[in-house]
Design a protein around this ligand. Structure first.
Ligand SMILES: *Cc1c(COP(=O)(O)O)cnc(C)c1O
Ligand SMILES: [Zn+2]
Length: 432
């Protein structure tokens, strides 16, 4: 195991953290900046002493916390001390009852967990806040990541807030919105001429050379735990109950597995009733290694070369793919994938029915939900939460062609009359 020895290994972590544990062979390791088991190369996860949680965590203790994801600090592996926590206020985003979209799709109780409202407009702020809090506790002064865009935005912003140096790596063909929204924080942005998977491979090599905290390499076990807060918040915002169905976008597959982990932890602690739930994963057909493995009944996820407008989900070799499949299998969920045209239609449908402008990942989720419904895999009558993980303003190009002025006219009343813009028959928009 790589432990960066010149850095302080003493940490003030959550009292319940026992250390790291291999997901495959269950060997235990001390708390360190490490992510791979040295015996079997399995991924390391945080191991907790659940009896500590049983003593310290209650609905009341959580409800007394801040209106951010840090109300669950006790259940996270970093950031116990609010003074050293790296925090821009991520989390406690809206859980919106989607009456209109539900009606359009024939669903009885549909909700949208809208993570586009996070500080840098994607759910990545949750994982980054935990990862950088842990990096600071370890004594790192430079943080880094390989990113499909949103992670770069979030790492750069949180690093600037915390006075850390950030070096973030992105594929050179990223959406302009994501490049600009990262560069503005004044950190070092390295564009690599290659796919995300090339960028990730490069990052793993750099991580072997430099004493930096790589949020999705050596501090990934801490990073990944931040996604549990999506599950916690959904349960709390539903009045401390679990939904029957959740649909999550899948890139590396981590978010999907951690929503499940969050639900299981709340049920084990008795904070929610242990009711059954199914977790579904959504991918773009242009990068659907996990959905493809699911549909073919493979137990390995075969890497693909991504080609889709859903760039935030374009990971061809997803680290948590097999675990995402396990979650779908165990909970009675499934994985689905949709075309770029369906993604655009999904973005429009969510915007036109609920006033929520999602990035491409949100379109993937809406369109996949429609397919899961049409094929009878999703139950229309059961309480369902769909995750919108990012803001449409970051992927404007994806929908620019279908979102233009209805009319362009001269500034005169005559021109307005002649245009037909006020004619009820030609009024553009969804009819309900
Ligand atoms: C990163 C990301 C995801 C999925 O993340 P994984 O945990 O890697 O599966 C989903 N949506 C958006 C917008 C993202 O940026
Ligand atoms: Zn192992």
């Amino acid at each position: 195991m790589r432990v960066v020895s010149e850095l302080s290994s003493s940490t003030r972590s959550s009292g319940a953290v026992l250390g790291l544990r291999c997901r495959e062979c269950h060997r235990d390791y001390p708390v360190a900046a490490a992510h791979v088991c040295e015996f079997c190369f399995g991924p390391l996860e945080i191991a907790y002493d659940h009896s500590v949680w049983a003593r310290t965590v209650s609905r009341a203790s959580i409800e007394a916390g801040p209106q951010t994801m840090w109300r669950y600090a006790e259940l996270l592996p970093a950031g116990a001390d609010p003074d050293t926590r790296v925090d821009l206020g991520a989390g406690m985003t809206r859980l919106v009852r989607a009456h209109n979209l539900g009606r359009a799709l024939g669903m009885a109780e549909l909700w949208v967990k809208d993570d586009s409202a996070n500080p840098t407009h994607s759910f990545k702020d949750r994982v980054v806040s935990v990862a950088l809090s842990k990096a600071v506790e370890f004594g790192f002064t430079t943080v880094s990541c390989a990113s499909t865009g949103n992670l770069a935005n979030s790492v750069a912003a949180h690093a600037s807030r915390a006075g850390l140096r950030a070096v973030v790596f992105i594929p050179a063909d990223l959406e302009a919105g994501k490049v600009v929204a990262t560069g503005i924080y004044g950190q070092t942005l390295v564009a690599v001429t290659g796919s995300y998977d090339d960028v990730n491979r490069l990052c793993a090599e750099v991580a072997g050379e430099l004493p930096w905290a790589f949020v999705n390499v050596n501090v990934r076990p801490y990073y990944a735990e931040g996604s549990k807060t999506v599950g916690y918040e959904i349960a709390e915002q539903l009045g401390w109950r679990l939904p029957a169905q959740v649909i999550a976008p899948v890139a590396s597959g981590s978010l999907m597995t951690k929503v499940d982990k969050g639900f299981r932890e709340l049920a084990a602690l008795g904070l929610v009733a242990d009711t059954p739930y199914a977790i579904f994963g959504a991918q773009a057909s242009g990068c659907s290694p996990v959905a493809t493995a699911w549909k073919n009944g493979w137990d390995v996820v075969r890497p693909v070369k991504p080609s889709t407008i859903a760039k935030s989900l374009a990971i061809g070799n997803p680290a948590d793919g097999p675990y995402a499949i396990d979650v779908a299998k165990r909970t009675g969920g499934a994985l689905e994938d949709v075309s770029d045209e369906e993604i655009v239609a999904g973005i429009r449908l969510l915007a036109e029915t609920e006033g929520i402008f999602a990035e491409t990942a949100g379109g993937v989720v809406v369109a996949s939900m429609q397919r899961l419904l049409a094929t009878g895999q999703l139950a229309a009558g059961a309480p369902t939460v769909l995750l919108n993980t990012g803001d449409g303003l970051k992927t404007l190009d994806a929908v620019a062609a279908v979102s233009q002025p209805s009319y362009t006219i001269a500034p005169s009343l005559d021109a307005f009359r002649a245009s037909g813009a006020a004619d009820p028959v030609t009024l553009k928009g969804v009819q309900r």
